[in-house]
Design a binder for this molecule. Structure first.
Ligand code: ADP
Ligand code: MG
Length: 374
């Protein structure tokens, strides 16, 4: 038999449907999270009578189910109410033009010429939305990214000018609304906030059991596997379901590669090690001594005024650093998902304090061990 046919015949005795483990897979039912659905319902219920829903904001740490929840809710409500969903995934440093093109395409607008201005794209979208009388829901997944630079113009347009449009945002940042740079937008965009707390052990087990039933053959898992994946996710990533599911899928893969028939605790442990080293390897390559010193200060006090942090840094390192340079370093740390820069206070100029905080989902103990180990 040819080698490829041999491989084809040796299909995994473990993995029935690997697609179920992919990051953007939406399961038929979201497990639990009833409280959050109840909180969202009054806001969404307007859709049942053909009116636009009210604005919503789902906040919670990574992997608390915000994306999967909003996608599955809208998918299900579409079967009983008439509305259109336009979904935008968060992107690093979005360009207004690219976002408008994505929005327009998702709305089904024909974009013939390549280089249309944002204003002309907004005009097209405007004409399009004004001509329909079913509500449109714009989902801005990881809405923080859209607050930057000129992006607020687009949000502003949707929130202020569109009678039949709703914005549903998600964010890993519980303070995201304080960070809207535009005062006018902040005064009209007042979404109902729904908080997604970190998953507890039991909840993660239920999520994993459901995922395993879809993805794996019966009896593929040792009894200890799901509880251990859940426990690692609670201990190491504050109940991040993405982490838990990744461990399960990686453990199944490791087991298959070793041509064994049942996934065991040892496979999960190996999966956890590989996940950890993957994460830290990529971070390690980028961090300089300066970054590490800044992070150490933030581990001691996770939220500081920028000026104060700079002062402390200069004091401990003995180095004088220009504001341009330090801004660059902060930007790198922010891009790595380690810190957030934000402003406290209203308006421009004197009333505002520029703040730096260590992200809520960074595990201080692990970061500290990592910084020391190097
Ligand atoms: P967030 O958007 O809050 O970062 P996601 O919605 O992307 O988190 O969830 C992370 C992973 O965990 C996804 O694969 C998602 O399908 C899964 N997940 C999270 N919560 C649930 C749940 N309650 N039921 C089923 N799957 C879930
Ligand atoms: Mg998400």
């Amino acid at each position: 038999m040819s080698y490829i046919l041999e491989l084809a015949k040796s299909t995994s005795p473990i993995i029935k449907n690997g697609r179920v483990f992919e990051p953007n897979y939406i399961p038929d039912t979201v497990i639990g999270r009833k409280k959050q659905q109840k909180e969202m319902w009054p806001t969404l219920s307007y859709l049942m009578t053909g009116q636009p829903a009210h604005h919503l904001l789902l906040t919670g740490l990574n992997g608390t189910g915000k994306t999967v929840m909003i996608k599955s809710i809208l998918r299900d409500l579409e079967t009983v109410a008439s509305f259109k969903t336009i979904y935008l995934r968060g992107m690093r440093d979005p360009k207004p033009n690219a976002v408008m093109r994505d929005l327009s395409e998702a709305a089904g607008i024909d974009l013939s010429s390549k280089d249309e201005s944002v204003a002309s794209l907004i005009a097209k979208l405007d004409a399009h939305i004004s001509s329909t009388d079913i509500p449109t829901i714009f989902v801005f997944d990881e809405i923080d990214f859209f607050f930057s630079k000129d992006m607020w113009a687009i949000l502003n347009y949707i929130v202020r000018e569109q009678r039949m449009a709703t914005v549903i945002g998600t964010s890993n940042d519980l303070r995201v609304l304080d960070k809207i740079p535009d005062k006018k937008l902040a005064s009209v965009f007042k979404p109902k906030e729904v908080v997604f707390p970190p998953y507890e052990l039991e909840e993660l087990r239920d999520i994993l059991d459901a995922r395993a039933a879809e993805a794996l053959y019966a009896d593929a898992l040792d009894n200890t596997v799901v509880p251990l994946c859940a426990a690692f996710a609670v201990q190491h990533s504050q109940g991040d379901a993405r982490h838990a599911i990744f461990l399960l899928s990686k453990a199944a893969e490791i087991c298959f590669e070793n041509q064994r028939k049942k996934v065991t605790e040892a496979d999960v442990r190996e999966a956890e090690v590989s996940l950890e080293s993957e994460m830290f390897d990529s971070t390690k390559k980028v961090l300089t001594k300066r970054h590490k010193d800044i992070l150490k200060l933030l581990i001691e006090r996770p939220e500081m005024r920028r000026a104060e942090l700079l002062e402390k840094y200069e004091h401990t390192s003995g180095e004088t650093i220009s504001t341009v340079w330090i801004a660059k370093e902060f930007r790198i740390l922010e891009d790595l998902g380690l810190i957030t820069r934000w402003s406290r206070g209203k308006g421009k100029g004197r009333g505002v304090s520029w703040m730096i905080s260590l992200n809520d989902d960074v595990d201080k103990k692990r970061l500290s061990d990592f910084l020391e180990s190097d």
